[in-house]
Design a protein around this ligand. Structure first.
Ligand SMILES: [Zn+2]
Length: 391
């Protein structure tokens, strides 16, 4: 196992001594993104990852290659109102399996650090699975085992909704007085321990503060935030406060930064509200005809691209979040979890998976060392994956 750590993290930077430009640095690094919602598009829009989806989605296989993306953790997600969330999760996993099986020479499923090394060696796009929301196990440890067996390598304990054993950031802040409990119940703690035993990463994005502290105090293994940003720069309940960031640093974990404009830029929500107010009747009619509200907003954004581009934050604001975490706890604890195909707005220039090189360029311009950039692009997540899989 250690051999792989050395291969991926130490040998790659050595190659950069003769790879001077940021472009070479970018394409030589192993780039990992821990959050992409494409599987939901495969169900809702019948899109396939191996299609050309330029102009229709943030991601597709050809553009992932163009952007130097090597490893994608696809988010397995459904909202809290679905009747059979476990079946829904399996349907989405089936979709990922289909894309991979159709493209055996360019894609592979990755279940272990050894698989990841193999995918990197063979220059195949590594597809991994993360599950966004504990409700999908339907309160059964057995379902957690089955999802692990199918390849799920992290579970976000909650999405915006709360399963009976954990409370979300949304519920802890908006239903403060009506919640039956706050944080993890005994069963919730049992789930975290079971994830530790399985080798499944505990993901604390989306969880409420009490759940965060319960999870980090219960987990005996390293945790991640698969798609979150810094609260002090953008005070949103989905972002992490300084004491949480420090606790993740102490735990050895990684905060994978979300590109969503609303988590990056503190002025975004106000600007978005004004836009949605202006187009309320169109949005309402889309929802009335059966569109999921989140997807309806994404459609509206595409229709009025010029207007919505006007209030996208600059890329430099996203880089500020990286800087903030690096200054607080060091470069070993930050990575990328874009939320592509799961949000309607990202910083200017970051239109899709083809645009990751811009992040490397910006980090270089801010004076980051090649070694730190390689860690941020993927090395940090790979380290956590290896640690959590150790028995
Ligand atoms: Zn999310």
């Amino acid at each position: 196992m250690k051999k792989i750590i050395i291969c991926l993290i130490l040998i790659l930077p050595a190659a950069f001594s003769f790879a001077q430009s940021w472009k070479k640095l970018h394409y030589n690094a192993v780039l990992v993104d821990t959050h992409n919602d494409f599987p939901s598009l495969s169900i809702d829009e019948h899109f396939s990852f191996d299609q050309d989806l330029y102009g229709k989605a943030n991601s597709d296989l050809a553009r992932a290659k163009k952007g130097g993306l090597d490893v994608q953790l696809f988010s397995i997600w459904c909202d809290g109102d679905k009747q059979n969330p476990y079946a829904w999760a399996n349907r989405e996993i089936d979709s990922v399996y289909e894309w991979v099986s159709r493209n055996p020479s360019t894609m592979m499923m990755v279940y272990s650090p050894e698989d990841l090394q193999k995918a990197v060696n063979e220059k195949k796009f590594a597809a991994m699975l993360g599950m966004e929301g504990g409700h999908m196990i339907e309160n059964k440890l057995d379902n957690l085992d089955k999802l692990y067996a199918r390849g799920v390598r992290y579970m976000t304990l909650t999405w915006n909704n709360s399963p009976s054993w954990a409370t979300s950031a949304l519920d802890e802040t908006t239903k403060k007085d009506s919640l039956p409990h706050k944080g993890l119940t005994d069963f919730g703690k049992q789930i975290v321990k079971h994830m530790n035993d399985l080798g499944m990463i505990v993901d604390i994005s989306h969880v409420g503060e009490q759940t965060f502290w319960d999870a980090i105090n219960t987990s005996t293994k390293t945790v991640i935030a698969s798609h979150s940003c810094v609260y002090n720069l953008c005070p949103h309940r989905r972002n992490l406060k300084d004491d949480q960031i420090k606790a993740i640093g102490k735990n050895g974990g990684v905060i994978q930064l979300n590109f969503y404009s609303g988590f990056v830029d503190s002025t975004y929500e106000r600007k978005q509200a004004a836009f949605l107010k202006l187009h309320k009747s169109e949005l309402d009619s889309m929802v009335k005809t059966g569109a999921q509200p989140d997807l309806a907003v994404q459609v509206l954004y595409k229709q009025y691209k010029k207007e919505t581009d006007g209030f996208r934050p600059p890329l430099s604001l996203l880089i500020d979040h990286i800087d903030y975490i690096v200054k607080l706890i060091g470069a070993d604890h930050v990575g990328l979890g874009s939320d592509f195909d799961g949000c309607e707005s990202t910083p200017l220039g970051l239109d899709g998976v083809e645009d990751y090189p811009l992040i490397t360029k910006a980090l270089k311009q801010r004076g980051y060392s090649n070694e730190d950039i390689v860690k941020i692009l993927g090395g940090n997540f790979i380290r956590v994956f290896q640690e959590v899989q150790k028995h």
